[in-house]
Design a protein around this ligand. Sequence first.
Ligand code: GLU
Length: 283
Amino acid sequence: MITTRFAPSPNGSLHLGHAYSAIVAHDLAAEAGGTFLLRIEDIDGERSRPDLAEEFRQDLEWLGLNWEETPPQSSRVASYVAAAQQLKAQELLYPCRCTRAQIAAAAKDFGPDGPVYPGICKHATIPEDEPVAWRLDVARAMELTGALTWHDALAGEQEARPDLAGDVMLVRKDAATPASYHLAATIDDAADAVTLVTRGADLFAATHIHRLLQALLGLAVPRWHHHALLLDASGKKLAKRRDSASLADRRKAGENGKALAQSLRMGQMPCGITLSRYPHGVT
Ligand code: GLU
């Protein structure tokens, strides 16, 4: 039995790319008689808007999808804190006081998660009362786990390369945003017993990190399905702020959501939008 999920962040209205993602996850579960979950990833501090979760539910209903909803991330913070404690006890995390600007100025490489952290704080001594983020010592973590692999339904068997992203942040400095996306999503997928993680190919490289975290935290290992992305006329992935026609706009304008879902299933994209298989991330 398979369980898939759609895990939107309520920091802006959903667009056609999200509709496609939800439909892929829904249909993969439905075809196998499995379960399709909705999880609201609402730990993005002030960027998370509580009103959007209800908008998302209405959007999914309008598209004709059925789902089960899991508890939102904001109700699961204790599990992220416990996991971070476990990693700290294993001396796999180190505190980091760097700002984004400092990292951007000092970084030599650009990885799948942005500038690769150049290790400025790796051996620094930081006073206990100073607010810090916590980073994963990826080299040390990989020594502990040894080589890892994971499976993508479209791209096949992959060697996990968490080193490409460098020492990613797992706990943020900002207390209002307790865990990074990587830590929270990995823990939630295990807690929700997701067996097939379906999401866009733009998150392909994130899976290398998630696979490492699963090994470190002793979590079940699902399979993945990184689907094609919808691109706008300039070849860029649709973005919440750039794409004016949100699903909510289309719904409120009286468009037929089920018909739209059917066209997306058949690969028929609305005017100006193309579907691109693996525009980035997959090598
Ligand atoms: N919350 C993420 C987003 O809205 C999706 C994460 C995932 O599917 O793993 O981009």
